[in-house]
Design a protein around this ligand. Structure first.
Ligand code: AVJ
Length: 326
């Protein structure tokens, strides 16, 4: 069969100048806050996406392989919950490898890949379309956390919102609830959600997963500064900063920070700041749930028929749910 050419949609807000000032103002506000912070989305420039792929290969970073093992072990039951012929909507597709590995299990009719790192996504989808010419594919360069409107080319029947990798962990629980509620509001009666959730576990395992021996996570975190240098015309000196990544059990979250190795002055378009030695920029949170807590979050958001599958150690869960009253 002749491979179909995937369609694509690059929204205006990812390229032109008008929003550029807004972006500077936005990032500046975080950098100049009492406790400096940046959104985790800025971790994913082209190199950042590649470093994240490398993280997924690390022995310490269990989520990716544990999620894959759950799909491996409980594939038949998950496929039964989903049903064949879905429109698989991948929220944060990255290199599309995860969804692609599920095609033979879930038999989707259409694959819609969303990611903020558009060029990376586009290249991955082009390769994938060659391998699966029978599945209609489209790439959408949008940030699903604040934009839910899908273009008309996305089939409305049997939409399966696929949110793997525990990306939901980047939201604080109240934000996660709001996100799931909006997803629920944009669901049709025959839509469903398939989501991966990282679970609370021993601190030593969590700490190692976010501060690995090779320093790949450190490079991933530090690369944010290179990205900010490009985005904001900033003058961060990467060598002057150090990666911190650790589990805070009381908050049930991983925190990632970048810590100044000495007193530093940083300047960027629209701002400047002095960082004292030891001062940090908070770059990411990654919340961990118990299976019960996450199932109840889904129910609060208006989902029902929650089914959960975990690995033997209960390190990770895959959950399927349908909109209430469907
Ligand atoms: C992509 C948000 C799921 O929180 O585990 C990995 C990102 N950060 N190592 C995670 C991440 C550091 C990852 N998520």
């Amino acid at each position: 069969m002749f491979p179909m050419s995937p369609t694509s949609f690059k929204p205006a807000n990812l390229s032109p100048a008008p929003d550029y000032d807004a972006l500077c103002v936005d990032i500046s506000a975080g950098l100049q806050a009492d406790h400096a912070w940046t959104s985790p989305k800025y971790l994913y420039d082209e190199l950042g996406s590649k470093l994240f792929e490398a993280i997924c290969e690390l022995p310490e970073y269990y989520p990716t392989r544990t999620e894959a093992a759950i799909f491996e072990q409980h594939g038949a039951a998950i496929a039964r919950a989903v049903g064949p012929g879905s429109t698989l909507i991948d929220l944060g597709a990255g290199n599309c490898a995860k969804a692609a590995s599920l095609f033979p299990l879930l038999h989707p009719t259409q694959y819609v890949a969303l990611d903020i790192s558009y060029d990376f996504l586009r290249a991955a989808l082009d390769r994938l379309q060659q391998r699966f010419p029978q599945i209609a594919m489209s790439a959408l360069g949008l940030d699903f956390s604040n934009q839910f409107d899908l273009p008309g080319s996305v089939r409305s029947a049997q939409r399966l919102f696929f949110y793997p990798g525990s990306s939901i962990g980047n939201f604080a629980p109240d934000q996660a609830l709001a996100f799931l509620q909006r997803l629920r509001a944009h669901s049709l009666p025959d839509s469903a959600l398939l989501i991966g959730v990282d679970l609370v576990k021993d601190k030593a395992i969590l700490d190692a997963a976010y501060d690995d021996a090779l320093g790949v996570t450190a490079a991933f975190n530090l690369n944010l500064l290179r990205h900010l240098n490009v985005l904001l015309d900033a003058d961060f000196d990467v060598r002057q900063w150090q990666h911190r990544g650790f589990f805070d059990a009381a908050k049930s979250r991983i925190e990632m920070h970048l810590e100044a190795r000495s007193d530093l002055d940083v300047t960027w378009r629209g701002g400047r700041r002095r960082f004292a030695r030891g001062e940090r920029i908070h770059t990411e949170n990654s919340y961990k749930y118990t299976p019960e807590a996450f199932a109840s979050l889904l129910q609060q958001a208006g989902f029902e028929q929650v089914q959960a599958w975990t690995d033997a150690d209960e390190w990770y869960a895959v959950m399927h749910a349908r909109p209430l009253g469907a």
